[in-house]
Write a protein that binds this ligand. Structure first.
Ligand SMILES: Cc1cc2nc3c(=O)[nH]c(=O)nc-3n(C[C@H](O)[C@H](O)[C@H](O)COP(=O)(O)OP(=O)(O)OC[C@H]3O[C@@H](n4cnc5c(N)ncnc54)[C@H](O)[C@@H]3O)c2cc1C
Length: 437
C-alpha cells in the first residue's frame, strides 16, 4: 500500500487509540502483516509497566480458554502472558463465617489465567516493542480528543494534530473513535449498568487460600478477590445503590468497618484502604454497535469500544483478544491493496459484530420475574447432566462461555427459549436496530 500522503513519509500511518489488550495486539498484527506501515499508539493513561500498584486499572481479570486460544495464535505469546498471572479455577463463596468451594481445579481441564489487566498489557507491550520497535511509536498519557473521519485527522490531548491512513478505535467503552463514527447507517449505544466499584491490591489474609478466587456479600456490598502472581490479592468492592457512607471515614475506621462486614476477609491493610479512599468509584458500561468499521473514515472498532458487557460476564478481555486474532487472520489472508480498513474492515464487521451482539444478549440472562427460578434450576440440572452424560446433554450457559470456544452466536441459538424471556425486559432488545447493518 502506498503512503496516502503526497510528498509525505514513506510509510502509511495507522493510528491506534488505546493501549489496552485489543489495541496492543491489533498493533502487533498490523505491523506483522504490513511492512509498509508504521503504527502510532495513543494511550490516555500511563504506561502499564509503571502503573502496577493502585487505581482502577489495577484490577485483575480471568482469561479463560477463549483468551488462551487467542494468545496461542501467536507462538510464545501465551507463555509470556501466563508468566505474569496465576492459573487457577478454585472459587470459594463465603457465607457468614463459612466457606463453600464452588469450583476446584479440574484434572485435565484448562484453568483460567488470573492476571492483572496492567500485567496483561505489560506483557503485550513488551512483545510489541521487541518485535516492532522501529516502526512503532507509543504516546502514554496522551489521549485522542477530537477525531475527524472526513479529513482523517485527530487532535490529541497534548494539542498535536495527527493524520492517519487507518484509525483503530481500541479505546474502550468511552471510545472517541466510536463517537466520531456518525456516518449514515452507523448506530451504537453505551449504557451504564447499575452499581459502582472500587479496587484495591493488598496482602492475602492468612485464612484465605491465596490461589483461589473469593466472593462474599454483606449488607448490599460485595467483595470479589482475585489472586495475583505476587501473592497479593486484587479485591473489587462493589455496591448496587449509593456508595457506602463509611468510605468517607478515616482509613482505620474503613478497615474496621470492612472487618465487621466481611469477617472472612478481616481488616484490609491500611495501605490497601488508602487506595480505596483515593479512588473515584468506577461503573460498568455496556456497548453495542451495528457495525465495527467505517470505510470512508477508514476507522475500525475493536474490543470494548465495539462491544462491552461491562466486565460482568468475564468475557470482555477474552473477546477483545479474539477480535485481534480475527483481524490478524484477515490481514494474513488478504493481499494488501488499499488501506487496512479498506481491505478488511467489512469482513471484520461481518465476522465480529454478530459475536459482540450475541454477548450483549447473553448478558441479559437470567430472565427476571417468574422465569428466574426455572432458569436457575434448568442451568443447575444442565450442569449435573452434562457431567454425567457429556455426549448428550448441553452445558450450562456459564460453562459454555468460560470453558469452551463455542461461538457466542451459537450459545444464543441454543439458549433461545430463555433469551426470549430475558430480552422482553431489556431496553432496545426487540427493535433489531443493532442487528448488523
Ligand atoms: C472490574 C473488571 C473486571 C473484569 N473482569 C474480566 C474478566 O474476568 N474477564 C474478561 O475477559 N474481561 C474482564 N473485564 C473486562 C475487560 O477488562 C475488558 O473487556 C478489556 O480490558 C477490554 O480490552 P480493550 O483493549 O478493548 O479495552 P480497555 O482495556 O478498556 O482499554 C482501552 C484503553 O483505551 C484508553 N483510552 C480511552 N479513551 C482513550 C482516548 N480517547 N485516547 C487514547 N486512549 C484512550 C484507556 O485508557 C484504556 O487503556 C473486566 C473489567 C472490569 C472493569
Amino acid at each position: 500500500m502506498a503512503s496516502a500522503f503526497v510528498g509525505g513519509p514513506a510509510f502509511a500511518k495507522v493510528v491506534v487509540s488505546g493501549a489496552g489488550p485489543a489495541g496492543l495486539l491489533a498493533a502487533r498484527s498490523i505491523l506483522d502483516h504490513r511492512p509498509d506501515v508504521e503504527v502510532e499508539v495513543f494511550e490516555k493513561r500511563g504506561d502499564p509497566r509503571s502503573e502496577q500498584i493502585s487505581g482502577f486499572r489495577a484490577y485483575s481479570l480471568g482469561l479463560n480458554i477463549r483468551g488462551r486460544s487467542a494468545l496461542q495464535h501467536w507462538p510464545g505469546l501465551w507463555e509470556r502472558v501466563a508468566a505474569k498471572g496465576v492459573l487457577s479455577d478454585k472459587f470459594f463463596l463465603h457465607l457468614g463465617g463459612f466457606q463453600l468451594q464452588l469450583r476446584a481445579n479440574r484434572e485435565g481441564g484448562v484453568p483460567t489465567l488470573l492476571i492483572g489487566r496492567n500485567d496483561l498489557c505489560a506483557a503485550l507491550l513488551e512483545d510489541l516493542q521487541e518485535r516492532h520497535g522501529s516502526r512503532l511509536s507509543l504516546h502514554f498519557g496522551e489521549a485522542l480528543k477530537e477525531v475527524d473521519l472526513t479529513s482523517r485527522r485527530c487532535l490529541t490531548s497534548a494539542g498535536t494534530a495527527v493524520r492517519y491512513d487507518d484509525l483503530l478505535g481500541a479505546d474502550g467503552v468511552n471510545s472517541a473513535v466510536r463517537r466520531a463514527m456518525a456516518a449514515a447507517g452507523f448506530r451504537s449505544d453505551a449504557v451504564d449498568l447499575p452499581g459502582q466499584f472500587k479496587v484495591w491490591v493488598g496482602p492475602c489474609p492468612s485464612n484465605l487460600d491465596p490461589l483461589a478466587v473469593h466472593a462474599m456479600s454483606s449488607k448490599g456490598l460485595t467483595l470479589f478477590s482475585i489472586p495475583r502472581v505476587d501473592g497479593r490479592l486484587c479485591t473489587i468492592l462493589s455496591w448496587n445503590d449509593s456508595p457506602p457512607s463509611f468510605l468517607e471515614d478515616d482509613d482505620e475506621a474503613i478497615a474496621q468497618h470492612l472487618q465487621q462486614d466481611f469477617p472472612s476477609f478481616g481488616a484490609p491493610a491500611l495501605e490497601s484502604v488508602a487506595q480505596l479512599r483515593q479512588q473515584r468509584p468506577s461503573k460498568a458500561t455496556t456497548v453495542r454497535a451495528n457495525r465495527y468499521h467505517d470505510l470512508e473514515g477508514r476507522a475500525l472498532l475493536l474490543g470494548d469500544a465495539a462491544h462491552s458487557t461491562g466486565g460482568t460476564l468475564g468475557q470482555g478481555a477474552n473477546s477483545a483478544l479474539t477480535d485481534a486474532v480475527v483481524l490478524d487472520k484477515l490481514l494474513q489472508a488478504t493481499t494488501p491493496e488499499k488501506s487496512v480498513v479498506q481491505d478488511v474492515g467489512e469482513e471484520f464487521s461481518k465476522l465480529r459484530q454478530p459475536e459482540g451482539l450475541a454477548l450483549w444478549k447473553l448478558l441479559q440472562l437470567p430472565p427476571k420475574g417468574l422465569w428466574a427460578l426455572p432458569y436457575t434450576a434448568a442451568q443447575f440440572a444442565a450442569g449435573l447432566l452434562s457431567r454425567a452424560v457429556p455426549m448428550v446433554a448441553s452445558q450450562p450457559v456459564q460453562s459454555l462461555l468460560s470453558e469452551t470456544t463455542t461461538p457466542y452466536t451459537e450459545i444464543v441459538s441454543s439458549s433461545k427459549f430463555w433469551l426470549d424471556k430475558a430480552l422482553v425486559d431489556a431496553p432496545g432488545a426487540s427493535s433489531g436496530e443493532f442487528e448488523s447493518g
